[in-house]
Write a protein that binds this ligand. Structure first.
Ligand code: UD1
Length: 418
């Protein structure tokens, strides 16, 4: 067990390099089983979710090897279409294996996925979509048992643009005998990146980034090398931290338009932003005034930034209203922020935040990945010492985060709890 110890009050200043996106890498890893040839994922982040996904791939007989920061996956030895609960409960993305296994084996047995505790996370949209494609689905208390002879040439309309369901339906359709149309699909940049990856292996998928995707079946995919897009949520987390501490930041390896706060001129009156040769410069100018906003599927405000924004609003110069529309229960971390002196009331799916002049350090517990990183942001501005327990939640999605913040001048260290 480890914890973070932060002594707040330092302005962040310097350069930060953003990792490849967790939400791009995990589906790409799952997609690598669609070919018998080697896939190389360049600049793969060393985060707990990636290590858990490797365990799943290895349990199926897939060969996985690190070569420095590149991950080599070869599914020529895959010999199993079954994933047990002890592996799926570690991460929600285990469900991304379903569509690929169906394409490889015409059958799959997979235990229901685990992941962050942010409300009910059913898989009914995945199931309805697969059934429309002709897949038989049996649900037991623990498992999903699926089988298909040949995927039907169908038009499938999702009732909500679920990221995971979009991924599974693409994987399941890749070798169809004709074409499959998916409507009201997720439009996240990570979905576009997954489609780019699959097309680079020989798939024929059209319309990525729009709400309709067409998959023309191909006989097989070949291997290849791919560099996933940078993590826009990590980039925005650093932007928020810079605004909160009144600092100055240069972000490397990022694309301006994918970063929500910059694309939407979110901090227009709060900081100066420059962009040159792939480097984004941000200089905080004055305090954030508060905001009224709702989360939603891309291109709306990302749910994965909701807790970081609420934390920024907790120390804003004004009041804010933040509505969570994607997940059922994504405000667990608010009780922890309140221990530091934040004034937040949660009513159903909406947080009403009254900005306070200061937070004061305390012992807090990370409740989930993004809620956990928000406690780091709070600790960076809190007076005195903040101890954060249960940091394994944060390590699921952020690589070396304490080192990155230290390099920017923050006083943060990781300690083992004995
Ligand atoms: C992915 C992201 C996660 C992000 C989320 C929404 C990855 C690895 N994770 O998660 O970081 O927060 O998208 O942008 O890419 N739902 C159903 N039935 C289903 C599927 C989903 O009701 O069959 C609901 C979920 O409970 C949730 C909402 O739809 O409330 C969004 O889920 P979904 O888009 O599927 O998210 P994930 O793929 O789990």
């Amino acid at each position: 067990m480890e914890k973070f110890i932060i002594n707040g009050g330092k302005k962040l200043e310097g350069k930060v390099e953003i990792e490849s996106a967790k939400n791009a890498v995990l589906p790409i890893m799952a997609g690598a089983i669609l070919t018998d040839e080697e896939v190389i994922i360049r600049k793969c982040p060393k985060i707990a979710d990636v290590f858990n996904m490797i365990k799943i791939l290895e349990s199926l007989g897939v060969k996985v090897l690190w070569q420095e920061n590149n991950l080599l996956i070869n599914a020529c030895t895959i010999n199993k279409a079954e994933i047990s609960k002890n592996l799926t409960e570690a991460l929600r993305s285990s469900i991304f294996m379903l569509g690929g296994l169906l394409s490889r084996f015409n059958k799959a047995k997979i235990s229901f996925p685990g992941g962050c505790k942010i409300g009910k996370r059913p898989v009914d949209i995945h199931i309805e979509g697969l059934q429309k494609l002709g897949v038989s689905v049996e649900e037991t208390e623990e498992d999903l048992i699926c089988a298909v002879d040949k995927v039907k040439n169908e038009k499938v309309c999702l009732r909500f643009p679920s990221v995971g369901a979009t991924i599974n339906l693409i994987f399941a359709s890749i070798f169809c005998n004709g074409s499959v149309e998916l409507i009201n699909v997720a439009r996240e940049p990570e979905i576009v990146n997954l489609i780019d990856f699959l097309n680079s292996l020989g798939a024929k998928i059209y319309g990525g980034g729009s709400s309709k995707i067409v998959i023309k079946g191909v006989k097989k995919l070949h291997g290849g090398e791919f560099t996933p897009i940078f993590d826009r949520i990590e980039a925005d987390t650093f932007v928020f931290a810079t605004i909160m501490t009144g600092g100055k930041l240069e972000i490397y390896n990022s694309f301006y338009k994918n970063i929500y706060s910059l694309r939407n001129k979110f901090f227009n009156n709060t900081c100066k932003v420059g962009y040159k040769n792939g480097i984004i410069c941000i200089k905080a100018d004055c305090s954030f005034k508060g905001i009224k906003i709702s989360t939603g599927p891309y291109p709306n405000f990302p749910t994965d930034l909701q807790s970081q924004l609420t934390t920024l609003c907790a120390v804003a110069n004004g009041n804010s209203v933040i509505k969570e529309t994607v997940f059922e229960n994504r405000f667990l971390y608010v009780e922890e922020l309140k221990k530091l002196g934040a004034k937040i009331k949660v009513n159903n799916n909406t947080a009403f935040v009254k900005g306070v002049k200061k937070l004061v350090g305390e012992e807090v517990n990370a409740t989930d990945l993004r809620g956990g990183v928000s406690l780091i942001l709070a600790g960076l501005v809190a007076e005195g010492q903040t101890n954060i327990n249960n940091i394994y939640h944060i390590q699921r999605g952020y690589a070396n985060i304490e080192n990155k913040f230290s390099m920017l001048g923050a006083n943060i260290k990781k300690e083992f709890i004995t």
